[in-house]
Design a protein around this ligand. Sequence first.
Ligand SMILES: [Ca+2]
Ligand SMILES: [Ca+2]
Length: 249
Amino acid sequence: MPFPSDVPAIAIMKYLSTILCFVFVSSAITAETDYGTLIFEDDFERTESQELKDEPGNEWTTSSDKTAKGNKQVDLRDGYLYIYTHAEANHATSVRHAFAFKNGTIGMKVKFDDAKDSLKLNFTDLGEKSVHAGHLFNVTVSPEKVSLTDLKTGVMNLQLRNASKQKTLTKEQKADLKTKNKDFAHQRKTGTWHQIYATVEGDEVSCTINGEKIGLYQSPGFAHETKTLIRLLVARNVCVDEVRIWRKE
Ligand SMILES: [Ca+2]
Ligand SMILES: [Ca+2]
């Protein structure tokens, strides 16, 4: 676009940076719109009526009664959700919300305090009886690694799980189980928020962090017809905010 010769260079630069900013912001918005229909969002801008028991609100449920003798493990703080594991807990803390899609995306902001922390997005269908406790697959994010794990046709398949317990897995089954998980190395700072998206598309699951696609994997269990529950599984501590769920199909 031609500029009159009397327009100062600084004004032209400002003008161009405004356009660039606009293009950048619009493409970010387009990306989220591409995820499909927004069916759930939670920014955690609320407080509990007490600070002794879990009270996350907005129809979230937690495992603390079962796995931590009812001790508080989920805390609304300063507009985000702090998930931790009580000293008396016998299992990772599970924070759950119902939804339904075949294909779609779950997004959230995540902050880790320590390189050993991790957040497992456990996609579940409690109606699926071929697996233990409805486990379909995991997208596990830590500051150093993303793991994409098919549980439905992997370790949570009841036949394979029983055979594993009884140590009767065949060579072929053991070899096949190794194909159900894929790790992707990356490096993310602790103590700062990261934007993550986990996307399911047919038999493929992918994970994007801060706009960078970290991992993509294909496995038959990912294509399960109805994902109806998300469990956020935390073995140590994790901060979560701005949870979004989009349905594509
Ligand atoms: Ca918030
Ligand atoms: Ca609180």
